[in-house]
Design a protein. Structure first.
Length: 322
């Protein structure tokens, strides 16, 4: 009887400790949730992962969700601030001080467009390119490039100019490997791939994989601009097989968002509503701007298909836009 009393007391003590120190037990799972947040996620995805925020604040262009005590670090509560634009995450900030963030007010800088808006302008890049050209040997250029890599913020067009400093396919691919993680406009990756049109098929596949892998590892996915979309649509139309077109769309899941007009143009490449609905299932999570989404619905012929399209779009539409 004495042993049983001691066992019960021990269990009670452990339960009390687990309750009073519950944050330590929850830290791992809560931290994992916070770490899973990525730039480009939708409001629905954040809500599903983190739950309803403790506070919300918004301007016409920017919405912020605040999670008090999102997780604990060194027994200190961490406040997590998630910023949205057009229903997509554009900023992630944390603070170990459990205090409200400064309110968003009307007089503020333009709404964020990219965490990499500090990309090198042409003047800075031209100076960097000239310094590399001044080096006599490819090995010296590559070594200097690797040393500067952590500080690079380059466009795909600038990457093309860098690769041309090297004469052979393998060294150009090596250059791309160094630069790819530091690109700011992966939706223009086709500009890089075009430089390898005359290379071996194995090299072209390697280049494509480098760009896609780098974009997947990136924390930011951009809206497809008109010039990039025109190139994409031309290549899309040149694909002979539907499987190739689908593969192109899947690649863009990691490099760009489409707007409603662009989505409608892609659907316009198909003849039947059944085909369009299947493509829309793939495209809907990739729509970064739902303005003019009537263009998407109007691309369907039958009313039943239009309703299915509308239901699908509403699933991914930002919550505040309903």
């Amino acid at each position: 009887m004495l042993k049983r009393t001691i066992s019960v007391a021990a269990v009670s003590l452990l339960t009390l400790c687990a309750t009073s120190c519950g944050v330590m037990n929850l830290t791992g799972s809560d931290k994992a949730k916070a770490d899973a947040l990525k730039i480009g996620m939708t409001t629905e995805q954040v809500n599903e992962l983190m739950g309803e925020p403790d506070f919300k604040r918004a301007t016409p262009s920017l919405e912020q969700w605040e999670y008090r005590r999102a997780y604990y670090y060194d027994n200190e509560p961490v406040t997590l601030i998630v910023g949205f634009e057009e229903g997509r995450v554009v900023t992630l900030n944390s603070d170990t001080a459990a205090k409200p963030a400064p309110p968003v007010i009307a007089v503020c800088p333009p709404s964020p467009q990219s965490p990499h808006h500090d990309y090198w302008d042409d003047g800075r890049f031209d100076r960097f390119l000239a310094a590399l050209k001044a080096l006599d040997f490819p090995d010296e250029r590559m070594r200097q490039l690797k040393e500067e890599a952590p500080y690079l913020r380059l466009t795909c067009g600038q990457c093309v100019r860098l690769m041309k400093l090297f004469d052979f396919w393998d060294t150009r691919i090596q250059c791309l490997k160094v630069v790819a993680p530091h690109l700011v406009d992966y939706h223009n990756g086709d500009l890089i791939e075009a430089q390898f049109a005359d290379a071996f098929e194995s090299d072209r596949r390697k280049v494509h994989k480098i760009i896609v892998d780098a974009s997947r590892a990136s924390n930011y996915v951009q809206m497809m601009d008109d010039a990039a979309f025109d190139r994409f649509l031309a290549a899309f139309r040149n694909r002979s097989f539907d499987s190739e077109r689908i593969e192109m769309l899947k690649d863009k899941q990691h490099t760009a968002f489409f707007n409603s007009r662009q989505c409608a143009q892609i659907l316009g490449e198909y003849d039947f509503d059944s085909e369009k609905l299947e493509v829309l299932k793939l495209l809907a999570p990739m729509i970064g701007n739902f303005r003019d989404d009537d263009l998407i619905v109007d691309s369907f012929e039958f009313s039943s298909s239009k309703q299915q399209a509308r239901t699908l779009l509403n699933k991914y539409r930002p919550a505040y836009a309903h």
